[in-house]
Write a protein of this length. Structure first.
Length: 290
């Protein structure tokens, strides 16, 4: 689980939103990065911290005519087949808390939905160490009450209830099925009660845990290797809980960002990013090193 992001990027995703945003970011996010790149000198060197498979580099690269020099780091292993098609130098397994660059090296340091996953005290100090005087920074971060984070917290709560209340009952159902036990119907009734209760809390969040799909799958495929299927489902559920707990921590961590920025000799402008559907997608922090 430790290497969740390496595993994620190895699947070839471009953005951190999996199947939900398959091509690169658009709308307000794209607009914000286009605006940022329009302020840079055409020969600027740019460092992207927590780059993933390089979505921001790709966005900025296509934003205008330029001669930018791109550098990008991430603590995870990045997918070679994807980053080899992007301009610049990509470094996997590099932590934001210890950047392998000289002082005052870059004209711009950027990050999107990434810096808040790090230890901000160290990573922000590092970002401003490697940024030249007069250089620009822009960070877009998750926030606790954003329309991206909030629904995911409902899914996390539901997934945790599935783990604590449903899993043993499901395991018992599989035992009953394998043994051809008459208690199957009793067990189905217990699970049905749990499902009804969970659906009354938040059906959308419950649906995202994939419990119902897996439960129906078990009932329809009684003759397959249900133990293996069960352990795959369990692994997926643990992965979901890990990923969303990490998101929760990152979003909480963003609260510390304004005070971290204030400790440095930089200007700070903070903007809530609201898209055209009135969705609060995160907060943008930008400024110049003085
Ligand atoms: C939500 S993804 C964002 C990726 C990309 N910036 C984007 O907008 O698509 C968060 C990324 O931050 C990276 N990350 C988390 N903690 C980090 C740290 N301490 N140092 C460097 N990268 C980190 C993860 O490996 C992951 O690739």
């Amino acid at each position: 689980m430790e290497d969740y992001w390496s595993e994620y990027w190895s699947q070839g995703y471009i953005t951190s939103f999996g199947q939900d945003i398959k091509a690169n970011y658009s709308g307000k996010l794209k607009e914000s990065w286009n605006k940022f790149s329009s302020l840079l000198d055409e020969n600027a060197s740019i460092l992207d911290v927590g780059t993933g498979n390089g979505a921001l580099i790709d966005l900025i690269n296509t934003s205008r005519r330029h001669n930018f020099k791109f550098f990008a780091v991430d603590q995870a292993n990045l997918k070679k087949e994807i980053i080899k098609n992007l301009p610049g130098t990509f470094l996997s397994n590099v932590n934001a808390e210890k950047l392998p660059f000289n002082d005052e090296n870059f004209n711009a340091v950027i990050s999107q939905f990434a810096i808040e996953y790090s230890d901000l005290k160290s990573s922000i100090t590092e970002c401003f160490r490697v940024l030249k005087k007069g250089g620009r920074y822009q960070f877009i971060c998750h926030e606790e009450n954003s329309d991206i984070v909030q629904p995911n917290m409902d899914i996390l709560a539901s997934a945790q209830r599935v783990k604590s209340d449903f899993i043993t009952e499901l395991k018992q159902l599989i035992i009953n099925i394998k043994e051809g036990d008459e208690k199957i119907n009793n067990q189905k009734a217990i699970i049905y009660k749990l499902i009804t209760k969970e659906n009354s809390i938040n059906p959308h969040a419950f649906n995202a845990t994939l419990f119902i799909s897996f439960y129906n799958f078990v009932l329809k495929n009684r003759n397959i290797d249900l133990d293996t299927a069960f352990s795959l489902f369990n692994k997926e559920l643990e992965g979901l809980i890990f990923r969303l707990s990490d998101l929760e921590k990152a979003a909480n961590n963003s609260n510390e960002l304004p005070s971290c920025l204030e400790k440095h000799n930089v200007s700070v402008k903070i903007e809530k990013l609201i898209d055209k559907d009135n969705q609060y997608i995160g907060t943008l922090y930008e400024g110049i090193k003085i």
